[in-house]
Design a protein around this ligand. Structure first.
Ligand code: CA
Length: 282
């Protein structure tokens, strides 16, 4: 973003924060909100719970918002509604969290201190199918269009009411759930859902890291086919990844452990790996 855009964003955000402090919008004023708390990622109720489906009360939210006067009342409000909330104040923290945990929906502020919000949106979308709602002071049409084209599922302009935001979250989750049913791939007892990035084994949902999921999602594209180590590194990691290929073996090992049977991922010595149902092997 250019300097002008940044200034516009900051100005708009300070305006909206003041407006919102009037009470009925996202940032509800409360004592001490002006004070900055520690800058790191704040696990609230966390993103650990899995499951979900139609039960929206078990939805885990990743909130990426650097303005604590907006974030804190929003976190409290969402928690009161039964959502699990993880709050990050920077894009870097958000990417780290998404690398190790999963969220059901991301609320993403575009004006962040460390990375461009649009860039973060694109990176989150590249790494995950998680629904993303951009929540920002940038209300111009061009910003909305860019946000949606970069993979955001919805776009909310601050200030907006808490009720509207929750309604939009529910709508996004419903749309996601509909797409879920269309996009699952089943191999034996294993079901991999590309849209929601959920994996079920014999009816139980597995907790995978984003990279473990990406690896499994690649192998599941063509069950039984051998994927070379280079193919996997190019597609699951960065095409310009020149780091140790041991990373791949570590992820294969952890995925096998989570699948409960090493036979799910067969090693083709000197070549790569292939996915197969243990039932077909034995
Ligand atoms: Ca901001």
């Amino acid at each position: 973003m250019d300097r002008t855009g940044l200034c516009r964003e900051k100005h708009a955000e300070s305006l909206s924060a003041r407006y919102e402090a009037s009470g009925k919008h996202i940032a509800i004023a409360s004592p001490g909100l002006g004070k900055r708390r520690r800058p790191s990622c704040r696990p609230a109720t966390g993103l650990k719970r899995r499951g979900g489906g139609a039960d929206l009360s078990s939805v885990d939210v990743l909130l990426v918002e650097d303005d604590v006067s907006i974030a804190e009342p929003l976190v409290r409000g969402l928690e009161r509604q039964g959502f699990g909330v993880r709050h990050c104040e920077t894009g870097t923290e958000a990417l780290e969290v998404m690398d190790h945990e999963r969220a059901d929906v991301v609320l993403l502020d575009l004006g962040l201190p460390d990375v461009d919000g649009f860039d973060l949106c694109r990176r989150l979308r590249a790494a995950s199918g998680v629904p993303i709602i951009v929540v920002t002071a940038r209300g111009e049409e061009v910003d909305r269009v860019v946000g949606l084209e970069l993979g955001a599922d919805d776009y909310v302009v601050k200030p907006c009411s808490f009720r509207e935001l929750v309604a939009r979250m529910r709508a996004v989750m419903r749309r996601t759930a509909v797409r879920t049913n269309e996009q699952a791939t089943n191999i034996g007892a294993l079901s991999v859902d590309r849209r929601t990035r959920r994996v079920n084994l014999a009816g139980h949902e597995l907790t995978l890291t984003p990279k473990e999921y990406d690896l499994l999602a690649l192998l599941v594209e063509d069950p039984g086919a051998v994927y070379t180590r280079q193919q996997i590194l190019d597609r699951v990691w960065d095409p310009h990844w020149y780091g140790p290929t041991k990373t791949l073996d570590v992820h294969v090992a952890s995925l096998r452990r989570k699948l409960g049977d090493p036979a799910w991922i067969a090693t083709v010595r000197g070549v790569g790996f292939r996915l197969q149902s243990p039932d077909d092997v034995n």
